[in-house]
Design a protein around this ligand. Structure first.
Ligand SMILES: Cc1ncc(COP(=O)(O)O)c(C=O)c1O
Length: 402
């Protein structure tokens, strides 16, 4: 490893970022409209899970993404949990899911008493390695009637849950084709990819269900929040019912016809979501600019590192910018992380593989070589919209064609 690489990376970043100013990984961006919307919802006294902004936000999200229905929830994790339940996932059903993801994806599977069955990802494919998964399934699956079962555990394999990591669309058309081949529904974890498109179609609208997150670190935020996208009326109805403590509509009686969840987004959060969503195209264009800036400032180091680009046939929201080490190496990665964090640039590593963490170690998995490369090569850089907004003058000096 080039011993001075971490110093060179810091030097290049300092061309663009101010020295010794803290740069968080991702900050939300608010304007007066967000503040006004929250104040209005607050003054209306509808601060909880009833109020006009919830429906308006759901309509705005479904219109923007091009799905027939959107069900707002109080987090991305609860959106995934409810999606699994709405699909009818049962105890011990296995869900094919990348080991390389945020823990929330897997926790939602655990909450529904199903089993995560970890599959591999590829850095080139920006997510799930579908060809490898197909070969693996050929070996481990047995068919009984319409359904497929894991030969080793005897459990039914119930669904595939691809994740669009860092906002970049995975090869979702191939995932859909594999789902058809094995009669498996797809739940897309699109928590990070609101606004990203694959072949001109929004992430989250390819699968039977798609899940979004509006957590504080996402491209738009409601503080905490999420949404389920679907074109299936019945699933949308089920999801809404389950997320509202399964209470049947009645003017005064409390009738709950199954065990439901208190997962609804509040009116206060939804009000913020509406004004945030109005800014999403501006946010995406800022993030796409930031990608070009990082690409340019790191071009002198191109023998050692690259900046993660969007996949072919995709238009990414570039939610999180990533530096990729050409030679994947944990030691080098950690040295760079230390150098940047010591200098108040709060870069972060990629997630640990969930299959390596204690609570999830015992669950089935395929060979995860590709995911390990992901883990060893990625360093996420400060990616807030604010980074670029505060740097317009520097951009002129850098003579970057945006
Ligand atoms: C890939 C992925 N899945 C799921 C989630 C869960 O979303 P939330 O934090 O809103 O529960 C997140 C984000 O935090 C995520 O990044």
């Amino acid at each position: 490893m080039n011993k001075a690489l971490e110093n060179k990376i810091l030097k290049q970043l300092n061309i663009f970022l101010k020295k010794k100013v803290p740069y968080p990984l991702h900050e939300p961006y608010f304007d007066k409209d967000d503040a006004k919307a929250i104040a209005k919802a607050f003054n209306s006294t509808y601060v909880s899970t009833v109020g006009p902004s919830i429906k308006s936000f759901e309509k705005a999200i479904s219109k923007y993404c091009g799905s027939k229905y959107a069900v707002a929830t109080n987090s991305g994790t609860s959106a995934i949990h409810i999606s699994l339940l709405a699909l009818g996932v049962k105890r011990k059903d296995e869900i094919l899911v990348p080991a390389f993801t945020f823990v929330g994806t897997i926790n939602a599977i655990m909450y529904s008493s199903a089993i995560p069955h970890f599959v591999d990802s590829s850095i080139e494919k920006k997510g799930i390695d579908i060809e490898k998964l197909d070969l693996y399934l050929k070996k481990i699956v047995k068919k009984k009637g319409k359904y497929i079962y894991n030969k080793n555990t005897g459990n039914r394999i119930r669904a595939i849950m691809p994740v669009h990591v860092f906002g970049h669309p995975c090869q979702i058309d191939k995932v859909i084709a594999l789902g058809k081949k094995y009669n498996l529904p797809i739940i897309e974890d699109s928590a990070e990819s609101l606004g990203s498109k694959y072949k001109r179609k929004h992430c989250g609208t390819f699968g039977t269900l798609g899940c979004l997150s509006f957590n504080g670190n996402k491209i738009i935020t409601t503080g905490s929040g999420g949404a389920i996208l679907t074109n299936n009326k019945n699933l949308a109805k089920k999801a809404k019912h389950l997320s509202m403590v399964a209470k049947k509509k009645h003017r005064w009686l409390f009738i709950h016809d199954q065990v439901g969840y208190n997962y609804k987004l509040t009116n206060l959060n939804a009000a913020m979501g509406i004004t945030q969503l109005k800014k999403i195209e501006k946010f995406i264009s800022l993030k796409r600019k930031l990608f070009k800036i990082y690409k340019k400032i790191f071009s002198p180091l191109k023998d050692s590192i690259t900046i993660m680009d969007e996949p072919i046939s995709a238009k990414s929201n570039f939610w999180l910018q990533n530096l990729i080490l050409k030679k994947p190496n944990l030691l080098s990665r950690n040295k760079i992380l230390k150098k940047l964090n010591d200098n108040k640039i709060f870069a972060r590593p990629a997630w640990n593989l969930i299959s390596d963490l204690k609570p999830y170690k015992k669950y089935p998995k395929m060979d995860l070589k590709g995911s390990k490369i992901f883990l060893k090569s990625i360093i996420s850089l400060p990616s807030s919209q604010k980074v670029i907004l505060s740097k317009q003058n520097k951009l002129k000096n850098l003579k970057i064609q945006l």
